[in-house]
Design a protein around this ligand. Structure first.
Ligand code: GLV
Ligand code: MN
Ligand code: MN
Length: 433
């Protein structure tokens, strides 16, 4: 009798402590003021005199931003580690835990004249969640770790997703990596704490990451236009980047008759319109863009002899990406023959579309519901490190609204309250991961 009364008391006590523990867990919030102050500070690294931030991957501006993050982690009693690929990890304890870990983060490099939130928000929020979990000493199934992946944008060294490709063993020919002027990545990588000769050692052993959660601004108009604060990302589009070189015949602009020209720029201009039509008119892929075009020699009185341009296509369906890539090559070759120019084409990047993990989508939805924040499922038209990490671990992504849907531009903006809401969703999704 006494025995059963004691076990009844023990059961009541244990139920009570679970209830207290649960209410502690559900009441916990990030320190929004501290996180917003970190974001303000990071916006001082890489300020471009022409507007926005130009904190390109593997530059001294990015080094300074990363040094700030390491100091901030140190002040919170956290450790930091840089791997051979230049990825920066912030973690409890002196050394990076072996795993399995719950990883939260994104990147702190920007495009040229980009905004202050793309990538950086996810890293700063990851650090803030880590600090919050440590301060409240909340027990977790897996050790939480924050990450800033290196060179996500590939704006200077044209190897987007460098860091997340390296840890997942998908980085091809890193030793040959150079910027557009031919400068090797070796020294800038070493300055960031990496090691080109040992980059293979950055690959994670299987099972290192139990879950990867990336919080990001939406970079598009959906959440703002629907007045919904949280996006639960269901998938991320794939992307193919092709580089074309058009060679015609450089000649005098005054004396060369129009019917005897082999104008590289005119041929390139037709290609620009063909790329636009792939998505805009023919609906063969979700979006298609020529984002870069250079003309040589680039003078008013010279028929251009050479033009180089990029074509980027994106879609959620890998087959459509393959079909469009092949079609663009074939149609461009045919049109080049008709225009009397030579065109070469190299595909410099292919990233596959991915789906996010259903249990992490559910964790994000539940976190938003607990915080009384409306949420909606949507896909990402932008690429993210999560896309690479999906090859080795379950990934989840949370979006917050972008004002006017603008990103990759100085006007990029999200209201402070929305940034804090997103970080709290990351915190509670992490507690569920
Ligand atoms: C990543 O920044 C992208 O261009 O989608
Ligand atoms: Mn970006
Ligand atoms: Mn980004």
């Amino acid at each position: 009798m006494r025995g059963s009364f004691m076990s009844f008391l023990a059961a009541v006590e244990s139920a009570r402590s679970v209830a207290v523990f649960d209410s502690n867990r559900s009441a916990v919030r990030v320190n929004g003021t501290r996180m917003l102050a970190d974001l303000d500070k990071l916006a001082t690294y890489g300020v471009d005199p022409e507007g926005g931030l130009s904190r390109l991957g593997f530059t001294s501006a990015e080094d300074s931003a990363r040094a700030f993050l390491r100091e901030a982690a140190g002040r919170a009693g956290l450790g930091s580690t840089v791997d051979q690929a230049g990825n920066l990890f912030l973690h409890p304890g002196e050394t990076l835990p072996d795993g399995p870990v719950v990883l939260m983060g994104s990147h702190v490099d920007t495009v040229r004249r980009g905004g202050r939130f793309d990538g950086t928000y996810g890293v700063v929020a990851g650090l803030e969640v880590l600090r919050t979990l440590t301060e409240h000493d909340l027990p977790m199934r897996h050790t939480p770790v924050a990450v800033a992946f290196s060179n996500e944008e590939g704006a200077l060294f044209p190897y987007p997703f460098w860091g997340s490709l390296a840890v997942t063993g998908q980085l091809e020919a890193p030793a040959a990596a150079v910027d557009r002027t031919g400068r090797s990545i070796r020294e800038p990588l070493a300055r960031a704490g990496g090691d080109l000769d040992a980059i293979g050692e950055a690959v994670w052993p299987p099972g290192t990451v139990a879950a990867y959660l990336e919080l990001h601004i939406e970079q598009g108009p959906v959440l703002e236009s629907r007045g919904i604060p949280i996006g639960v990302v269901t998938g991320i589009v794939g992307r193919t980047i092709m580089e074309f070189e058009v060679r015609g015949k450089q000649n005098h602009a005054g004396t060369t008759p129009m019917d005897q020209r082999r104008d590289a720029l005119v041929a390139a201009a037709k290609l620009v319109l063909r790329v636009e039509a792939l998505s805009a008119d023919r609906k063969l892929c979700a979006v298609s863009t020529v984002g870069d075009l250079a003309v040589e020699p680039g003078q008013a009185n010279v028929v251009p002899g050479r033009a180089r341009l990029t074509a980027e296509i994106r879609d959620l369906d890998p087959t459509r990406l393959e079909v469009v890539e092949a079609l663009l090559r074939e149609e461009t070759a045919r049109s080049a023959r008709q225009s009397g120019v030579d065109v070469t084409c190299v595909t410099t990047m292919r990233s596959a579309p991915v789906r996010t993990a259903a249990p992490l989508q559910a964790a994000i939805e539940a976190a938003a519901a607990d915080l009384a924040l409306p949420a909606v499922a949507l896909h990402s038209g932008a690429g993210h490190d999560a896309q690479m990490i999906a090859a080795v671990a379950p990934v989840g992504m949370i979006f917050v609204p972008s004002r006017d849907g603008i990103s990759h531009a100085p006007e990029e903006h999200t209201a402070p309250g929305q940034l804090v809401d997103g970080a709290n969703v990351l915190l509670h999704a992490t507690l569920r991961a």
